[in-house]
Design a protein around this ligand. Structure first.
Ligand SMILES: C[S@@+](CC[C@H](N)C(=O)[O-])C[C@H]1O[C@@H](n2cnc3c(N)ncnc32)[C@H](O)[C@@H]1O
Length: 206
């Protein structure tokens, strides 16, 4: 099949991208790893021995970067409906996080283990219809927030990808009501033209 102009432009941009080259050099599975690394360093999110839930984890850049910083006592449970190759210290659940059966599997895997940090980089499959994609993206962020509120330790943290647009202000309000402090982050590896940004809730309230 012939490549479209946009997919050719995407490929050209991808192969010349600094973070793609860096990920190849340093052995990270995705350029996205650098988004978490930058935020985690700035906000001191990762520490040895933590338990983390990584939502929308494939191909695994965030889990990989986190597991390197958690050490052998750390634990990561990663969820994605796409396949993900194994990583040390990471238990992978393949399935759709919006489905009750997948949530139940995640709950069962966690058992009574308290969760220190939830990270969600979930992005919906893009339909190309702006309003639909925005609504789908916000829905994923809301489900991740709901999960965080039931499973995070008191004082735990939550990092989530959101897209600026309809529903954003309401979601930000919900975050502010749930955490002691909420900050926005746009890491260097997040493309400037993308409306994506990250909200970080620090200190889950009881
Ligand atoms: C931007 S990628 C994540 C990249 C990842 N953080 C990394 O560093 O490699 C977004 C992921 O969200 C996943 N995703 C989107 N909706 C999902 C859902 N409902 N349940 C599980 N995974 C989902 C996609 O399959 C995709 O792999």
């Amino acid at each position: 099949m012939k490549r479209s102009k946009t997919s050719k432009a995407w490929m050209r941009e991808h192969v010349t991208d600094f973070f793609v080259k860096q990920a190849k050099k340093e052995g990270y599975r995705s350029r996205a790893a650098y988004k978490l690394i930058e935020i985690a360093e700035r906000d001191h999110l990762l520490a040895p021995g933590m338990t983390i839930v990584d939502l929308g984890a494939a191909p695994g850049g965030w889990s990989q970067a986190a597991s390197e910083r958690l050490g052998s006592n750390g634990r990561i449970i990663a969820v994605d409906f796409r396949e993900m190759l194994p990583l040390p210290g990471v238990t992978f659940i393949q399935g759709d996080f919006t489905e009750a059966s997948v949530l139940a599997q995640l709950e069962e895997t966690l058992g009574k283990c308290p969760v220190d940090l939830v990270i969600s980089d979930m992005s919906p499959n893009i339909s190309g219809i702006g309003m639909v994609d925005q609504a789908r993206g916000m829905h994923l962020a809301e489900l991740a927030l709901e999960f965080s509120m039931t499973r995070l330790n008191s004082g735990g943290n939550f990092l989530v990808k959101v897209f600026q647009g309809s529903g954003f202000d309401e979601f930000l309000g919900n975050m502010r009501a749930s955490f002691n402090r909420v900050v926005t982050r746009k890491p260097g590896a997040s493309r400037g033209r993308s409306s994506e940004l990250y909200l970080l809730g620090l200190g889950k309230q009881d």
